[in-house]
Design a protein around this ligand. Structure first.
Ligand code: ATP
Ligand code: MG
Length: 445
């Protein structure tokens, strides 16, 4: 993309309404614009990152064997009356009446709708196990929407639902989700720690929240510092293996790590004092096993091996896709702007032309641009007439992990400058070498 043809409405001033760094930078970098309280338009740069995050979620869900689909945003109130949650959900549910006077709602989550789809189509235990998921906009009329996309009213969420014959099978689904979530967050450059949590309105005793440690997080968390040394990394896992998934769950949940809802001072005090940590965290996901809560309320039975109807065991699993943008920025920024991890960056590399209009500099930039495009990488090329300082400030603000600076002086010596956004370190090298270096970083060699 050439910046001269893009839509990147960068703000010079820090918007007064933004209290935390991710919100400030998302507004300043022209990623989002508030449409009304807690509801945002996603401008091109923000939309790109949102889609990158969504793609990682899709890939990791499907790697774990989960099946993508799409349910609507608007739901009928009838299903929620069946489960008993229509009244229980309270003021957070946005209720709508259609022209025929039917009660509708903008879905805050989808347990009821998916259970209805399941009971209409699945009748035999032979069709299990089954895990369906979608990524769809949700609406919760939060009392205090704030911090930009972190706590919106409209937000983008992956929610998945497993259907199993037995509790053991459903717990395997739970463990499988835990493993796939660890992989998902690591691919985004994040450490998200599974912590024992509270079931809330979804219900259930087995539940973990995934938290990214950050001072601006809304949850208070307590953990054994050893847990921050754990990495899933690039180990191979067989998602069908009960033992392998169980072992990962044990590895990642055996140390003390809880949110304030489940925190137990007496148990926490058994952790050696020097490893006891109290901090704040951003919840970027949650997994639940809730047994037959919905299947019993809504008659979602299958015929078991003995021919008798049995209610299915279920769980649901959410990832806050739009909140993740905020969480990633909170975890990765400096005083100049965002620092995108390579896994989610909106453009792979920035190209700054120090002298747009100079025939040699223009040609060198065009050549770099073509070289990146040819190997499937997307550069953002600042071909505008802005002065060099302004171009650098914009690149630093929008946070592309790599920048190539091209100017007549360097070109005389046959070199361009390659700069890491994270370390600030620069190196001069021939343009072809710079392309190779970037290609290697993104696995395109
Ligand atoms: P919270 O405790 O932050 O209100 P929750 O526990 O009610 O969230 P879940 O039902 O577990 O949320 O939803 C799954 C994920 O969706 C959460 O882990 C979070 O990342 C994201 N999420 C929930 N509410 C919001 C919101 N208002 N804005 C943005 N993301 C949200
Ligand atoms: Mg939650």
């Amino acid at each position: 993309m050439r910046l001269s043809r893009y839509f990147l409405p960068v703000l010079k001033e820090t918007p007064a309404e933004a209290q935390i760094v991710s919100h400030r930078y998302m507004l300043r970098a022209g990623m989002i614009k508030q449409a009304s309280a807690g509801i945002y338009s996603w401008l091109p740069l923000g939309f790109k990152v949102l889609k990158n995050i969504e793609n990682i979620v899709h890939e990791e869900q499907q790697r774990a064997g989960h099946i993508p689909m799409l349910m609507p945003t608007l739901q009928s109130a009838d299903l929620w009356r069946e489960s008993g949650r229509y009244d229980a959900y309270g003021a957070e549910m946005l209720r709508i009446t259609d022209r025929h006077g039917r009660d509708m709602l903008y879905g805050p989550t989808n347990e009821e709708l998916i259970t209805d789809i399941f009971r209409s189509n699945v009748t035999s235990y032979r069709d299990l196990p089954l895990t369906l998921y979608h990524i769809q906009w949700k609406f919760r009329d939060e009392i205090r929407p704030r911090f930009g996309v972190m706590r919106g009213r409209e937000f983008y969420m992956k929610d998945g639902y497993n259907f199993d014959l037995t509790k053991e099978d459903a717990l395997h689904a739970y463990n499988r989700h835990l493993v796939s979530y660890l992989r998902t967050y690591e691919r985004m450059g994040l450490q998200a720690i599974p912590m024992r949590a509270d079931g809330g309105p979804i219900g259930g005793d087995y539940t973990h929240e995934f938290l990214v440690l950050a001072e601006t997080g809304e949850s208070e968390v307590f953990y054994d510092s050893e847990i921050t040394d754990l990495k899933f990394g690039d180990r191979e896992i067989d998602y069908d293996s009960v033992e392998q998934c169980q072992a990962v769950l044990e590895e990642f949940t055996s140390r003390y790590a809880r949110t304030d809802e489940t925190h137990d001072e007496a148990v926490f005090n058994q952790v050696p004092e020097e490893r006891r940590r109290t901090a704040r965290g951003i919840e970027v996901g949650q997994i639940f096993y809730f047994g037959t809560k919905y299947s019993e309320a809504m008659n979602a039975n299958v015929q078991g091996p003995d021919g008798k109807p049995v209610p299915v065991h279920m769980g649901s699993h959410g990832i806050g896709v739009s909140r993740l943008l905020g969480a990633i920025i909170e975890a990765s920024h400096d005083d100049k702007g965002i620092i995108w991890p390579e896994g989610v960056t909106p453009f792979h590399v920035g190209i700054v032309n120090l002298k747009s209009g100079d025939a040699e500099a223009d040609a060198a930039c065009d050549k770099l641009y073509a070289a990146f495009t040819a190997i499937g990488l997307e550069p953002l090329y600042d071909d505008t007439n802005e002065r060099a300082g302004g171009k650098f400030a914009t690149m630093d603000l929008i946070g592309l992990p790599w920048r190539i600076t091209v100017g007549p002086r360097g070109l005389k010596n046959g070199v361009v400058e390659l700069t890491s956004r994270r370390t600030g370190e620069s190196e001069e090298l021939p343009p072809e070498e710079a392309v190779k270096r970037i290609a290697g970083i993104y696995g395109k060699l």
